[in-house]
Design a protein. Structure first.
Length: 559
């Protein structure tokens, strides 16, 4: 087979010339032939593991991607990286590893690609941090790449009601309040997660998969099919072929990840009331791509983009239902026709976003995807707040007109664990503003998600009367008036570090304000008196992370 040197940008370093005889000897031992040394080397980065239903099937998905690469004339190398199960670690010390894992995933893919001289990548991911971690690596390496989602879980069923993991967390709060008995809690636990796939609502994994279609880095229509659907394997094989075309046409991630493409991604998140984690992850991906994206871009776009996706946790339906009415292309077609998307952005198909959608005709699905002129809410779900409690910004998701203003006394906790125990014991009351601090990127460390405590608040019937403010973050399944990503965080001496029990806090969504209602002189005096806490970890990966990680307002990046 003749050598196509243009496709072997990196792999020629280990496969060409007499001096690479030792390198080729090693590669022959893993099955390469003489012909293979003239083909491009394609890495299939996989997050398969047995920790979580999100990823447990990805070994099969990778085998189809490998077939696609082979059929298109490349040599595929499957390699694994880690992935963390947020659902399993939620509410424990282990959750501190979740956001750290995003950096580990990105770094490990980079290390593997550089070391093995890979010409292109197919990145396969299922759970919350593996998706942005893979995409960060793609942007950083800037070798032709495509990302492939493992797919959503099917909804569980309790009686006649479809349920998800969100219902299990909220059921814990209901149980502690005496609204359900232990047998009911057991049945909800038993049937909520029926098999492989990522958590079923518009939670973080599904949000990231959807926005990747809008960003242009995954195949059109690939976000919504469930993990158990045979289309997953067809998309995997197609991704393997598509990455060879990207290589042939020299289309690289940074050609696709433009500022306008990021605006498209934010637009889809806003329209679908997606996870607040998308803010953190898009900032981090943009950082790797060299695109200047800020918190203000999210708020600006969300103000003009209506919510049209009727999806959990704020709506009625799950990802499986969205798939039945056409998936993300249905949403994007409506947004594009309304002039809310940039149609000229490049995608991994080699075509523009508008070209991909040109002949698409959305099926009837008006209860799942509303029209732009008659939306669920006139503004998108993502809201950025500022004020003396969050000078560098805070993030919340608002999907209900009821949750626009709250003023109440602070009830302060220095960890999620303290707040969770207090909530389950009935120590949080109507009207309170629960403040959880020292859970930011540095303070946690790792910026734990707070689904255990936010779901307990909702489960105990306080979701509409009680607010929560934290320098930590939330699961995509969180709902209610929950404000996270407060920056600067407490560990950096942000104002949240000096809030006291009983201090009045005002949250005004319309004015985008988060204020601690105390005298300015009093606040300054408290800030001068503040002293940092001793680090919780003094060696190992968490100690390294604390030294490197930046503010949540910058995406909690480490570079």
């Amino acid at each position: 087979m003749p050598l196509n040197r243009s496709l072997k940008s990196w792999s020629k370093d280990v496969s060409q010339g007499f001096e690479r005889s030792p390198n080729r000897a090693m590669l022959r031992a893993v099955g390469l032939s003489d012909e293979d040394f003239n083909k491009p080397f394609i890495g299939i980065a996989n997050c398969w593991n047995e920790f979580t239903p999100c990823n447990i099937h990805l070994d099969r998905v990778a085998s189809f991607a490998k077939q696609g690469v082979k059929s298109a004339g490349g040599v595929a190398f499957v390699f694994n990286t880690i992935a963390i199960s947020d659902g399993v670690s939620m509410g424990t010390e282990g959750m501190k590893a979740s956001l750290v894992s995003r950096e580990v995933i990105a770094d490990s893919v980079e290390v593997s690609a550089v070391a093995q001289r890979l010409d292109a990548l197919v990145c396969i991911a299922g759970c919350d941090k593996s998706l942005p971690g893979m995409c960060m690596a793609m942007a950083r390496l800037n070798q032709p790449s495509i990302i492939l989602y493992g797919g959503t879980i099917m909804p569980g069923k309790f009686g006649d009601k479809p349920i998800t993991i969100q219902d299990v967390f909220e059921a814990v709060g209901m149980y502690t309040k005496g609204e359900i008995d232990s047998q009911t809690l057991y049945q909800i636990e038993k049937y909520a997660c029926p098999g492989e796939g990522s958590c079923g609502g518009m939670y973080t994994a599904n949000t990231m998969a959807c926005l990747f279609e809008a960003l242009g880095v995954s195949l059109p229509g690939s976000a919504s099919p469930p993990a158990v659907d045979e289309r997953r394997y067809r998309f995997a094989e197609e991704a393997g072929r598509a990455v060879i075309k990207l290589l042939e046409n020299d289309i690289r991630p940074r050609d696709i990840m433009t500022f306008e493409a990021f605006e498209n991604a934010i637009t889809v998140v806003a329209a679908m009331a997606g996870s607040t984690n998308a803010v953190l992850h898009l900032l981090a991906i943009a950082h790797e791509a060299g695109v200047k994206l800020t918190l203000d871009d999210f708020d600006r776009i969300s103000r003009r983009v209506p919510i049209i996706g009727n999806l959990r946790p704020s709506g009625k339906y799950v990802m499986f239902d969205l798939d039945k009415v056409g998936g993300v292309p249905h949403v994007m077609k409506k947004l594009l026709d309304a002039g809310l998307l940039h149609g000229d952005t490049l995608t991994v198909t080699g075509k523009t976003l508008a070209e991909n959608l040109k002949d698409y005709r959305p099926p009837d699905g008006k209860d799942v995807v509303f029209s732009v002129d008659r939306p669920i809410n006139p503004e998108g779900g993502i809201v950025i707040l500022r004020g003396n409690l969050a000078p560098d910004g805070a993030v919340t998701k608002i999907t209900s007109p009821e949750l626009r203003f709250h003023r109440g006394p602070a009830k302060v906790f220095d960890s999620e664990d303290e707040a969770y125990r207090a909530t389950l014991r009935g120590k949080v009351s109507e009207g309170d503003v629960v403040v959880i601090r020292y859970e930011g990127p540095k303070g946690g460390p790792g910026m734990r998600e707070m689904l255990a405590v936010t779901a307990a608040i909702v489960g105990r019937g306080l979701g509409k009367s009680t607010a929560l403010v934290t320098d930590g973050r939330f699961s995509g399944a969180t709902r209610g008036l929950m404000i996270g990503h407060v920056a600067p965080e407490a560990a950096d001496g942000g104002p949240i570090a000096v809030v006291k029990d009983g201090d009045p806090i005002t949250i005004d969504i319309s004015k985008r304000l988060l204020n601690l209602e105390i005298d300015g002189g009093e606040l300054e005096e408290r800030m001068r008196a503040w002293r940092p806490l001793r680090p919780k970890y003094e060696k190992g990966v968490f100690a390294k992370y604390v030294k490197l990680v930046k503010s949540a307002s910058l995406g909690a990046v480490c570079s």
